[in-house]
Ligand binder design. Structure first.
Ligand code: EPZ
Length: 418
């Protein structure tokens, strides 16, 4: 197991090129099961992407990855089962379910385990599949999905705009008979990117003004080449790292409009932002002012994935910040680790109150989850003294070259075997 050793106190200054979005490439890799040959560009090198490619190969697809280009051939699928160890490796593997059922007419997957963010139910996915004509039986921790007749379009209303459920419905509905309408779907940019991939493959998908998704089933889809959108959460994380060190960062290859909910918070914190079509420049003040309140919401609201890094920034701000986490049940696990650095964080259910302190001190820390680990690294960059951050495998799930990029911005850190 590797760990970061970070010597804090250095002001970050420099440029970072943002990679393709993890949360766009994962559902698109599932979508490759619906077409013969796909080429995906701008894919980040992440352990979650490797896990998704392992699932495709287990199903019989041929996958080749060269740098940021992944090619998938699915003309000879040999299985419709995702075994336990592959399902457990990545919680979002559940998004393969819709594509496997649409392609194979059946699927057998193990129930996705919970994760560090709390139980990760998939009730919205399963009830939508049943409306589309899927029969689902639970068998010793496995879900046995079959299609007794045919997948038929349905009118589906999500009582929560679940990203994964929206993606699964899209993947199952593209080649179903008739029309599927998804009311109250997720509206994240990654959903739009999945729709773009599917439309290129011949799917008939329209996204209405109010976000409602209309899908007319087609008999089959054709192979495509698609470039994945940039990772808005990776971008937000580097903005936080510059902000917490009173630094300056230029982010290239971004789509600023995907981050509109984040900018006002950083400006309230006293950061100067210059937004260009594919670039963001942030100048931070010597000491951040505490944003009053940060409440996470479905897109286009403030993204839950940026909550942890912003919490790290608020720990050294002038004033107090109230966080309200409306998406996940247990997304403050980084709070305990931040407290080891001298942060003043009080958590009560979905509410966390952070009272900014002038300085954090280095400590021995353990990454709790992907974004929590990034938040601890962000805090360590500004802390006085040396911090160690263990279990960085969490971070490597979602950040390519995180340490390399931070060092290029001036951070003093190294990655060593623990
Ligand atoms: C996606 O997870 C992202 N992951 C998450 O990013 C992101 O935080 C989340 O969307 C919200 O934006 C990927 O895209 C791979 P949800 P997902 O279904 O699809 C509840 C990261 O850090 N729910 O929108 O799992 C669920 O428990 C990751 O990159 C149900 O109750 O999120 C959660 O509380 C973390 N029943 C809430 O909805 C269901 O059937 C949001 O879940 C499905 C979800």
């Amino acid at each position: 197991m590797a760990k970061y050793i970070v010597e804090g106190g250095r002001r970050l200054d420099g440029e970072v090129e943002i990679h393709g979005a993890k949360n766009a490439v994962l559902p698109i890799l599932a979508a490759t099961l619906l077409v013969g040959k796909s080429t995906i560009l701008n894919c980040p090198s992440l352990s979650d992407v490797a896990a998704a490619c392992a699932i495709l190969e287990h199903l019989g697809a041929r996958v080749t990855k060269e740098a940021d280009r992944i090619e998938v051939l699915t003309d000879q699928l040999t299985s419709s089962t995702i075994p336990e160890h592959l399902m457990r490796e990545m919680r979002s593997s559940v998004v393969f379910l819709g594509a496997i059922i649409a392609r194979c007419g059946k699927a057998r997957v193990s129930m996705p385990g919970g994760c560090e963010l709390g139980p990760r139910p998939i009730d919205l996915h399963l009830s939508a599949f049943e409306k589309l004509g899927v029969k689902i039986e639970e068998d010793h921790g496995y879900l046995e999905c079959t299609v007794p007749d045919k997948l038929r379009g349905a009118n589906i209303t999500l009582d929560f705009p679940s990203v994964g459920a929206t993606e699964n419905i899209m993947l199952a509905a593209c080649t179903a008979l008739g029309e599927t309408v998804i009311h109250n779907p997720a509206r994240e940019p990654e959903i739009v990117d999945l729709a773009a991939f599917l439309q290129k493959a011949g799917a008939k998908i329209e996204i209405g003004e109010n976000g409602t998704i209309y899908i007319q089933g087609v008999p089959d889809l054709v192979g495509v080449e698609h470039r994945v959108i940039p990772d808005r959460i990776e971008a937000a994380t580097y903005l936080c790292c510059a902000a917490i060190t009173g630094g300056r960062v230029v982010l290239r290859e971004v789509i600023p409009s995907h981050m509109n909910a984040i900018f006002p918070i950083l400006e309230e914190a006293g950061c100067g932002l210059a937004i260009k079509p594919d670039t963001i420049v942030l100048h931070a003040p010597k000491r951040i002012l505490a944003p009053k309140m940060i409440r996470t919401m479905p897109y286009p609201g403030f993204p839950t994935d940026a909550q942890s890094p912003l919490m790290a920034v608020s720990c050294v701000a002038e004033g107090s910040t109230i966080f309200i986490e409306n998406i996940f049940e247990n997304r403050y696990k980084q709070a305990g680790e931040l407290a080891r650095m001298g942060a003043k964080v009080k958590v009560e259910g979905r509410v966390a109150v952070v009272e900014g302190v002038p300085k954090l001190h280095g400590a021995e820390l353990v990454s709790t989850d992907l974004r929590g680990g990034a938040a601890l690294t962000c805090a360590a960059l500004s802390a006085e003294g040396v911090s160690q951050i263990k279990d960085i495998y969490h971070i490597e799930r979602g950040y390519q070259d995180f340490d390399k990029n931070l060092k290029s911005l001036g951070a003093i850190m190294e990655t060593v075997d623990d």
